[in-house]
Design a protein around this ligand. Structure first.
Ligand SMILES: [Zn+2]
Length: 301
């Protein structure tokens, strides 16, 4: 049996999956705020509680913000900053007395959707998180592309391609550079762009609802968003040429994107026809725990 842990900034979710991918036990708690030792202890307690409930030991995979740096062994790039600089893999292995596999949360999302989700059976998959941040993961032949720097798929910190004058230099990103894709395509970025143009302070969710109800200003903001997403994904298609792109995160709920973005990306992709499909996720919020569990092969016992 496999246990997957989704370590998020606000919640920790744990699920045990059987061979068929059915979740047979679950736990969900709030993440201890900015407290690294308490976070490690919480994960240990949740895993042990699930194993006690099932009466067996399991493999453990963890979806985490950021990644373990192959150069230093320390967490980097995590928006849950209390993790940065810690040896999370070693500390969890010590706490649980076994090897623990960790992967970036967007990578786990991509793996989950590629194994038995919206991209099941596809040879190449790009999984995208559009939420408070923008991330991505690449799965080829059912296997996650880890990458020598542990950053494969991190398109959110590439610059927005084909910017017009109003998009240059672009908002300053927390990574220190202006004009990152994330600073245009995250949920807060959509809200900030809408505010710059309309003066209205509305969340991405409210903007999407207003647009579908016929509000012209909200529709214009979503149209700008869709064109930027099409440009950002076009550069991904030019490099990876994936069969399927799966959207995840809060903004993946905006149904119009699946119609509008493929209608736009043909202008930017270097191909006569774009056969790549853009699809909504199947597992949604569960993809963190599911992809984390799939980091291990099925144990023999
Ligand atoms: Zn950035």
């Amino acid at each position: 049996m496999r246990i997957g842990v989704d370590l998020g900034g606000t919640k920790i979710e744990v699920a045990a999956l059987d061979r068929t991918g059915t979740a047979v036990a679950r736990r969900r708690v709030l993440t201890p705020g900015r407290d690294y030792p308490a976070t490690v202890a919480m994960i240990r307690d949740l895993v042990l509680a699930v194993e006690a409930e099932l009466g067996r030991s399991c493999t453990v995979g963890v979806a985490m913000p950021g990644a373990i740096s192959p150069a230093t062994g320390l967490v980097k790039n995590a928006n849950s900053t209390c993790l940065i600089g810690h040896r999370l893999d070693r500390d969890l292995a010590a706490a649980l007395a076994r090897e623990v596999r960790l992967a970036n949360d967007a990578d786990c999302f991509a793996l989950s959707e590629a194994i038995d989700g919206a991209a099941a059976g596809a040879r190449s998959v790009f999984g995208v998180i559009l939420g408070t941040g923008v991330g991505g993961g690449i799965v080829v032949g059912g296997r996650l592309l880890a990458g020598v720097n542990a950053i494969a798929g991190e398109w959110g910190h590439n610059p927005l391609p084909w910017p017009d004058d109003s998009e240059r230099p672009g908002p300053l990103c927390y990574c220190g550079k202006p004009g990152c894709i994330e600073s245009f395509l995250s949920g807060p970025a959509l809200a900030a762009d809408h505010h710059r143009v309309t003066g209205l302070r509305q969340t991405a969710e409210v903007i999407a609802q207003a647009a579908s109800a016929g509000d012209a200003r909200a529709a214009a903001s979503l149209a700008r968003y869709a064109d930027r997403l099409a440009r950002g994904l076009a550069t991904v298609i030019n490099i990876i040429d994936p069969e399927i792109i799966v959207l995840g995160g809060g903004l993946s709920a905006i149904a119009s994107l699946y119609r509008d973005v493929p209608a736009l990306w043909g202008r930017y992709v270097f191909s006569d026809v774009v056969a790549t499909r853009l699809v909504p996720p199947r597992h949604g919020d569960s993809s963190g725990v599911r992809g984390a569990a799939w980091l291990w092969p099925e144990p023999a016992a």
